[in-house]
Design a protein around this ligand. Structure first.
Ligand code: PRT
Ligand code: ZN
Length: 226
């Protein structure tokens, strides 16, 4: 990425649950893109804007490090990266521009349905499988519970059956995945939706002008959908 460039760079998820709606929102705001499956970078044909298509996990760091100007990412990933950077003394500054009306989900603790779960105190000293160790520990600490992590980047829902953990902390939307794995949602620890974020520091005037044009368009698109 050429940082001296006057083209505004926006990081979005390359392929996953946020991709379609991220592109649809930017297109509805008037940016035209032709996306080639294999390419990391997509130039807008009608605006000085480039899309950088990456794993969602990389988006908060790219924004916080000023590698890209804007990013569209789930609040769950954003807050996990923020907490991780805070704990490891890496800068975690950014500006939240808009909450976006897609990607809704919740991060919840679930236990095997045969467990006689009475409340958070039952998790004391237990092991919880998750992809979100910082969000989980942040919550447990606030609740005065000490439990250990089993950090998995996928297949979290099979961890109790596999004997890797007593409970899980994972994203839930319909609840079908928990149900299919014999788990019951017990505590919602975080509610999430996609966010539009901006890198720290001020933008060059030309880029700021595009952002100033983009935000009211986003508001218009989101208002029209309500
Ligand atoms: O490859 P990359 O790293 O970019 O993608 P990813 O696989 O890490 O993420 P992806 O595409 O699965 O999700 C991207 C973002 O979408 C998440 O960070 C959330 O902000 C948001 N989101 C919304 C969800 C869900 N809903 C969701 N249901 N992300 C994941 N899930 C998973 C969940 O982990 C579980 O496995 O779906 C399953 C549960 O769904 P239900 O409907 O069965 O409850
Ligand atoms: Zn990811």
């Amino acid at each position: 990425v050429d940082k001296s460039s006057q083209r505004l760079t926006i990081a979005i998820q390359k392929s996953g649950r946020l991709s379609t709606e991220s592109i649809a929102l930017l297109q509805a705001c008037g940016f035209r893109f032709s996306l080639h499956e294999a390419r990391l970078l997509a130039h807008s044909s009608n605006q000085p804007v480039d899309l950088l298509r990456v794993r969602d996990d990389d988006i908060p760091g790219l924004v916080m490090d000023g590698v890209v100007d804007l990013g569209l990412v789930g609040e769950n990933v954003l807050d996990e990266v923020r907490l991780e950077r805070k704990a490891t003394n890496i800068s975690y500054d950014f500006t939240r521009l808009r909450a976006l009306e897609f990607g809704q989900c919740r991060l919840s603790i679930a236990v095997p349905k045969e467990d006689n779960y009475q409340g958070l105190a039952d998790l004391q000293g237990k092991r919880i499988a998750t992809t979100y160790p910082y969000l989980l520990q942040n919550y447990l600490q606030q609740q005065g519970i000490s439990a250990s992590n089993a950090i998995l980047t996928g297949s979290v829902e099979v961890a109790p059956r596999a004997g890797l953990a007593d409970a899980i902390c994972d994203l839930v939307s319909t609840g079908a995945t928990l149900e299919a794995n014999g788990l019951i949602e017990k505590e919602v620890i975080f509610r999430s939706q996609a966010q539009l974020i901006q890198r720290p520091g001020s933008l060059p005037a030309a880029k700021q002008a595009i952002v100033d044009q983009l935000l009211p368009r986003i508001d218009g698109v989101q208002m029209a959908k309500e």
